[in-house]
Design a protein around this ligand. Sequence first.
Ligand SMILES: [Zn+2]
Ligand SMILES: [Zn+2]
Length: 127
Amino acid sequence: MIKYSKQRQAIKNQLLNRGDHPTAETLYSELKPSMPNLSIATVYRNLKQLEGMGEITIIITDGATRYDYNVKPHAHFFCNKCGAVLDIDTDREQIVKIGQENFSGSIEGYEVNFYGTCPDCMTKSRA
Ligand SMILES: [Zn+2]
Ligand SMILES: [Zn+2]
């Protein structure tokens, strides 16, 4: 069993607090002021361990690796304007059913991405 270090706990908490799929660099620059001994390599190592423990998941978006505290199956929304990545609650049964209708195998998971303009950008463009 891997020891649940203070640093790992802090990294996980930061991920949870943000809830917007930050990159390792973002987490690092936010934690650094309160954790002077923290290095970017430590952040990467801990994120990798958390992923291995099934506590977080990884999303890769145009070359950037982002981290997700939400390990339940859910869809993602990518804003074409500001690059924000948001969660969209989707009905798991519904999505699997749609896929299963045209497929004779057994579907055990899915990944769905939506693209468009996020609520923040909608507000800004109206102003
Ligand atoms: Zn946006
Ligand atoms: Zn997510």
